[in-house]
Design a protein around this ligand. Sequence first.
Ligand SMILES: [Zn+2]
Length: 214
Amino acid sequence: MTTGRPTRVRTHRRVRSRTARVLLALVAVVALIATALVVVPMLRPPGPRPLFQLPVSCGETWQLSTYPGHDDYDVDLFPTDGEAWGRPVLASYAGTVTVAGVNGSVGGRNPGNPEGPRGRGGGYWVKIDHGGKWETQYLHLLEPPLVRKGQRVAQGDQIGRLGSTGNSGAPHLHYEQRRGWDKVETHFDGEPSGITTDEREHIVKRTSNNCQPG
Ligand SMILES: [Zn+2]
C-alpha cells in the first residue's frame, strides 16, 4: 500500500545529494582559485637581484661584520666615523614595507642609557618587499620605524634611526637580504660583500652609493 511518504523521503534525499554536489563543486572551485593565487606564485622562480645599496647615507664608509653564532650571511653595520646612535637607516632599494614594528622586545638601551636592559630579538625593525621574491630586513632601530606597513618607499628613503633595541650589545644595524625563503650573501652596488659564513669573525669596509637621483 502506498502512502506517498516514501516518495517524499526520496525527494528530500535527491535535494540533499544535489546540494552536496553543488557544495563539493564550490569547494573544488575555491581550492583551484587558492592554488592559482597562492601556490603558483610560490613556485615561480625569483626575479633578478635588485641593485641594492648600503642602507646608510651616500658617501659614508661603514664596517660590515659578522661573528661566530651570528648566522650565515647576516651583516652588522657600524659607522667608521662619528656617533652611531641615531644615524639614518635608508631603504636599500625601492619596495613596499611589509613589517614596521617590534621583533621580540625593545629593551631599554638608548643614547642616554647605552648599557640599559637588553631586549630580545630584533627590537624595532623594518622589512621591505622589493618584488621578485627579494626582501631586506633592518633590525635594532632606535625608535619606532619612520615608515608603516604597506607604505611604498624609494631607494634611499629614510626608514628609521640606528639604535640598539632588541638583543643588541652596542648601537649597530643588523641587516639581511633574502631571496624567497633563503638568506643570501648581501650585495651592495652590484658587488658581493664577501660575508657568507658565521664560522669566524669577518670585517669588510664599504662606502655607500645609496645616493638618491637628483
Ligand atoms: Zn646582527
